[in-house]
Design a protein around this ligand. Structure first.
Ligand code: AR6
Length: 176
């Protein structure tokens, strides 16, 4: 599914984000930037050790913020590592923090004059954020940003599996 928001094409696709050809891909990292399972593990495996070498130098990323490394062996030139909130019922500021993950990654992309970025569904694996709530929050934050910023040509949400894609499509239809 695709939509045009202001000057940017917003696409929802099913797939593996490590195969994306966007200028940057976002990673669902942890605060220590230590790597892990899920999409983080997949990105480090596919991108090779250069990514971890830069993560070690940076050392830390607070929840809701984003830091940038090389894309290593990936097709994407950069990995933008962001740390989603652990979901604890939704009453501990999770929504603000998750929205911030997307806007901070988008800010980093714009600051580097990138034309395209791909996102996974941050926090919806190990960190336990319900997919439908995460879809609404992340799409709303992204659309809000794109209404104010016109330099990105493409933003892609790369969802892991058909069920996740369908949830995102449903939430995007509600927001448009
Ligand atoms: N491409 C796109 N999406 C993927 C891929 C992939 N290759 N692999 C998994 N997903 P998670 P979190 C989806 O657990 O919840 C790590 O250990 C997956 O189906 O990767 O933010 C970190 O180091 C899910 O919908 O990230 C942190 O410690 C989504 O990506 C912690 O997990 C996010 O799941 C972060 O947890």
């Amino acid at each position: 599914m695709e939509a045009v928001i202001n000057k940017t094409r917003l696409a929802l696709v099913e797939g593996d984000i490590t195969r994306e050809e966007t200028d940057a891909i976002a990673n669902a990292a942890n605060e220590g930037l230590r790597g892990g399972g899920g999409v983080d593990g997949a990105i480090h495996r596919a991108g090779g050790p250069a990514i971890m070498a830069e993560c070690r130098k940076i050392g830390y990323c607070p929840t809701g913020q984003a830091v940038v490394t090389t894309g290593g062996n990936l097709k994407a030139k950069y990995v933008i590592h962001t740390v989603g909130p652990v979901y604890r019922g939704g009453t501990r500021g999770e929504e603000k923090l998750l929205a911030s993950c997307y806007t901070e990654c988008l800010k980093q992309a714009v600051a580097r004059e990138l034309k395209s970025i791909a996102f996974p569904s941050i926090s919806t694996g190990v960190y336990g954020y319900p997919m439908d709530e995460a879809a609404r929050v992340s799409l709303k934050a992204t659309i809000g940003f794109l209404k104010e910023n016109e330099t990105l040509e493409t933003v892609r949400f790369v969802l892991f599996g058909k069920a996740a894609l369908e949830v995102y499509e449903q939430e995007l239809r509600k927001l448009l």
